[in-house]
Design a protein around this ligand. Structure first.
Ligand code: ATP
Ligand code: MG
Length: 878
């Protein structure tokens, strides 16, 4: 069975059993502060498990793009080295939300694997939770009994809390799980060591393929467990491992999921997979990493220097280095894999194909930039290895060096650690962390956020957002909790009804006031955690049970709406002027400014910018009425040509914002002006690059735009005054500038003539003392440059020169000393030292080289003394 049919069969199987099939959520996680990337199928249903949202469907199944290279799940070190852990992988999953439980879940797992996929029954093992004394938890005998229907006792194993009790995080829903493992070894090996001894033992051929989690508890902040009223099933099966088992391979990379890419790599570097371990690992790494890189970029996460962006950069650099060292790719290669991957996944995850050029360009730029420093960095590491070997010292690369590699050569610390391991060395990670801490001066303590459990004030089912229609509402607090960060206490509250818009889709969260009687509580910000609207306040109201007036800061909201609607008009205008490849890559909208990032490959010309501005302002003047439609079925919205964002998770029903159906139709959850005329004026203030292939426009509207234009005009007014009100100021300034250039030239000529005259004078005054040609003289010049020039000019004409010039320059005293090189050597003369001595006479200081030095000072009257002193010194020395 090929991988495509295997995936389809999974979805069909659960569809037939009443499951609703949903698309994969984006791999980049935007609405969850605790998670950068999706790392399990259940992430997108977290709100349902947490009870924040009712489940629309009781049964769901899907295939989910997952990434496990950061946080609680980090498999990066294994990837490529072993044959069954990937950075990005697909997790097939089925869910029951308060519907079926252990019995059906186990039965269907068995049926799907053995009947549909025809996996050999005698090779299958199950693990069940063996209980935990510390937690006061009994073994999961319910699952054990259920498994006994299908498996003999010796192929069911009890597992520890570590393997068989699944938790989402430090807090939240959790429960026992049962894992399904498969033994893919040969008959002979099985005869020698039974499979049950290899389960959960890091044997690449006895691997876990499916985990069925039975969520029945909630882990509270004080670490205690509380039983949940509704019990859920949450399963995850590694697609690539499943394909390996069904296709009877012993490595995920031998399946048709990876073979096309491995072949592509092999053809490009002229090596064959399966001949040499090092080359194989490198091919595996490249074929794996390109998936993580491409899908995250397509979902909107660009490589960068911090957080999620740095995760992507680390993966990418790891791949570049494997290709460089083991496959001989000295030129950018990864980007060439993007189209191959896009085609392979065109049907399952079309978002990559749709943005193929963009993704390829981003990868290429990243490769070029890392390849610039990779070679020197590798040489440096090679040197360190030799040094350590020769000195027979500790086999550790110190923290400072690791940091230097990171800081100067762009080596992510895990890459350095990896290369070190290949060399049989270790790295001093603590030392590295110290260096990092010094550089960032960041205190780790500050970053830690402590969150208490929610305190329930009233039992309220859903939370209603009324902020599209109202800026004021009567609200009650549903629950609240305390959050402590950087030593400051704040409270988060959830309201039953709220007009406050929570920050999302680039639009800033509302601020305002919660009022009850005389008491006013400031709402500092409104954020979303998954889909829960959270109001951030600095203190709790005296009576949390009171009725509140929730009032949004109106002015701020309206200004923000101007900018949000203007962003839509801008987006459409950009597609008009630059082309339909323009796709939103990021946006920020608040009451002051709008910032819009979009894919486009070159700097916009002034003409293009002007054109875009003109279109947007014309659309504003047309005063187009807002057409806002809520709960539009997603397919209908798409057929209207609505622009959806890549990497956004959309439900089945969406909100569509239209300003003229032939101009701007977007899926959007933000708030907007009722008609475009309200925006007033639109002005682009900057256009710049933010990353490879991504441009950024910053613009302002309404009052801000008026103020901007006014201040520009007032500069012009002032300029006119300064220029004495010419008819044409531009011409006047140009003339002024031309005049300046002309005068400068004249001054230069004058200075050079002046120097010429004085030089002639000096040459006449040369005295010879003991074979030394001496010039010690007062001169008046107009600049320090002229003095220097004069000294060099005299030197060019006179050998054996000892020259001291005491000059008045713009009413300040200056000294120049020039001594021919042979005198410096023979007579132990030193212009730098001499000028220091002479400068005392003019209350100044200076210095320079042995043959030429200068000094400046304060006392003009001292210039004559300089001459006397210089003559004295000369006498002493000769
Ligand atoms: P393992 O112990 O093998 O790392 P896990 O216990 O971390 O697996 P789960 O968190 O239970 O795995 O995830 C469910 C399923 O997802 C696993 O049974 C496995 O098939 C698959 N899986 C987990 N991690 C990876 C990975 N890095 N690459 C590919 N598949 C994976
Ligand atoms: Mg794991």
């Amino acid at each position: 069975m090929d991988s495509k049919s295997i995936r389809q069969k999974f979805l069909d199987f659960f569809k037939e059993r009443g499951h609703h099939i949903v698309p994969s959520a984006p791999i980049v996680n935007k609405n969850d502060p605790t998670l950068m990337f999706t790392n399990a199928g259940m992430n997108q249903f977290k709100d349902i498990f947490l009870g924040n949202q009712p489940a629309k469907y009781k049964r769901i199944a899907d295939t989910q793009k997952c990434l496990r290279v950061s946080g609680k799940h980090n498999d990066l070190e294994e990837v490529g080295i072993d044959t069954y852990h990937h950075t990005m992988f697909e997790m097939l999953g089925n869910w029951s939300f308060g519907d079926y439980f252990k019995e059906e879940a186990i039965k269907w797992s068995w049926e799907l694997l053995t009947v549909e996929y025809k996996l050999p029954k005698e090779r299958i093992y199950a693990t069940v939770f063996g209980g935990d004394k510390g937690e006061n938890l009994e073994p999961d005998n319910e699952s054990l009994e259920l498994w006994l229907k299908y498996l003999p006792k010796e192929r069911i194993l009890y597992g520890s809390k570590k393997d068989n009790f699944w938790e989402m995080g430090d807090q939240g829903p959790c429960g026992p799980c049962t894992e399904i493992h498969i033994d893919l070894r040969t008959e002979e090996e099985i005869k020698k060591v039974p499979g049950r001894d290899r389960v959960n033992n890091d044997d690449p051929r006895v691997v876990e393929i499916w985990n069925n989690v039975f969520i029945q508890y909630n882990r509270k902040a004080d670490k205690s467990l509380e039983p949940l009223p509704e019990k859920h099933v949450d399963t995850g099966m590694g697609f690539e491992r499943l394909v390996m088992a069904i296709q009877a391979k012993t490595s995920n990379y031998d399946t048709d999921v990876f073979q096309p890419m491995i072949k592509f790599i092999g053809d490009a570097c002229g090596k064959t997979y399966g001949k040499d371990l090092k080359t194989d690992i490198a091919m595996r790494v490249l074929s794996d990493h390109i998936r993580a890189i491409s899908f995250t970029i397509a979902d909107g996460q660009l490589p960068g220097n911090a957080k999620a962006g740095y995760v992507i950069r680390r993966i990418l650099r790891r791949a570049v280095r494997y290709g460089y060292t083991f496959l001989g790719f000295k030129e950018p290669f990864l980007n060439k894999m993007v189209p191959v991957l896009a085609n392979q996944f065109a049907e399952v995850f079309p978002e990559l194909k749709a943005q193929q050029d963009f993704v390829q360009k981003v990868v290429l730029e990243e490769e070029i930039s890392f390849l610039r420093t990779l070679e020197i960095g590798l040489k440096k590491l090679e040197q360190i290895r030799t040094n350590i070997e020769q000195s027979k010292g500790e086999k550790v690369i110190d923290g400072k060096t690791v940091f230097e590699l990171y800081d100067t050569f762009g080596f992510p610390v895990d890459l350095t650690a990896l290369i070190a391991r290949e060399y049989g060395l270790e790295i001093d990670e603590t030392g590295f962390e110290k260096e990092m801490a010094v550089q960032k001066e960041r205190s780790k303590k500050d970053a830690v956020k402590e969150t208490t459990d929610w305190v329930l004030v009233r039992d309220e089912e859903g939370v209603e957002f009324v902020g599209y229609d109202h800026l004021h509402a009567k609200s009650k607090i549903v629950k609240y909790r305390k959050v402590t960060a950087k030593g400051k206490d704040q409270y988060q509250v959830v309201l039953d009804t709220t007009p406050f818009y929570a920050e999302s889709g680039g639009q800033a969260g509302d601020t305002g006031v919660l009022q009850s009687g005389k008491e006013k509580i400031q709402v500092l910000d409104t954020k979303k955690e998954n889909d829960l609207i959270i109001h951030i306040i600095d203190k709790l109201p005296l009576d949390v049970k009171a009725d509140f007036e929730a009032n949004v800061d109106e002015k701020k909201r309206l200004l923000t709406e101007n900018n949000h609607s203007a962003t839509h008009l801008l987006h459409a205008a950009l597609r008009d002027v630059l082309g339909t490849h323009v796709a939103q890559k990021g946006s920020l909208v608040n009451e002051k400014v709008l910032r819009f990032d979009f894919s486009h490959f070159s700097k916009m010309t002034p003409e293009e910018i002007e054109k875009v501005e003109k279109i947007v302002n014309a659309k504003i003047r047309e005063n187009i009425q807002l057409n806002e439609r809520r709960n539009v079925p997603i397919n209908e919205a798409k057929s209207l040509g609505a622009m959806a964002l890549f990497g956004e998770k959309y439900g089945e029903f969406v909100r569509v914002i239209t300003f003229d159906p032939s101009y701007s139709v977007e899926l959007c959850g933000g708030t907007h002006v009722s008609a475009t005329g309200k925006i007033g004026l639109f002005k682009i203030v900057s256009e710049s690059s933010v990353a490879a292939g991504v441009r950024r426009i910053e613009a302002i509207t309404a009052d801000e735009a008026e103020n901007f234009v006014d201040s520009q005009l007032s500069i012009i007014e002032k300029l006119k005054e300064v220029l004495k009100n010419p008819k044409d100021i531009l011409k006047a300034v140009e003339e002024l500038s031309a005049e300046k250039t002309k005068l400068q030239k004249q001054i230069e000529e004058y200075v050079s003539k002046e120097g010429q005259g004085i030089k002639e004078e000096l040459l006449k005054k040369v005295e010879t003392v003991d074979g030394i040609n001496v010039v010690i003289s007062r001169v008046d010049l107009s600049s320090a440059d002229a003095l220097k020039q004069l000294a060099y000019d005299v030197k060019a004409k006179v050998d054996n020169l000892f020259l001291v010039l005491a000059a008045k320059i713009e009413d300040k005293p200056q000294i120049a000393v020039m001594i021919s090189e042979n005198l410096v050597a023979d007579k132990k003369l030193h212009a730098g030292n001499l000028v220091k001595e002479l400068a005392k006479e003019i209350q100044g200081g200076g210095g320079g080289q042995p043959f030429f030095a200068t000094a400046g000072g304060k006392d003009l009257a001292g210039l004559d003394k300089v001459l006397v002193k210089a003559k004295g010194v000369l006498k002493e020395k000769v």
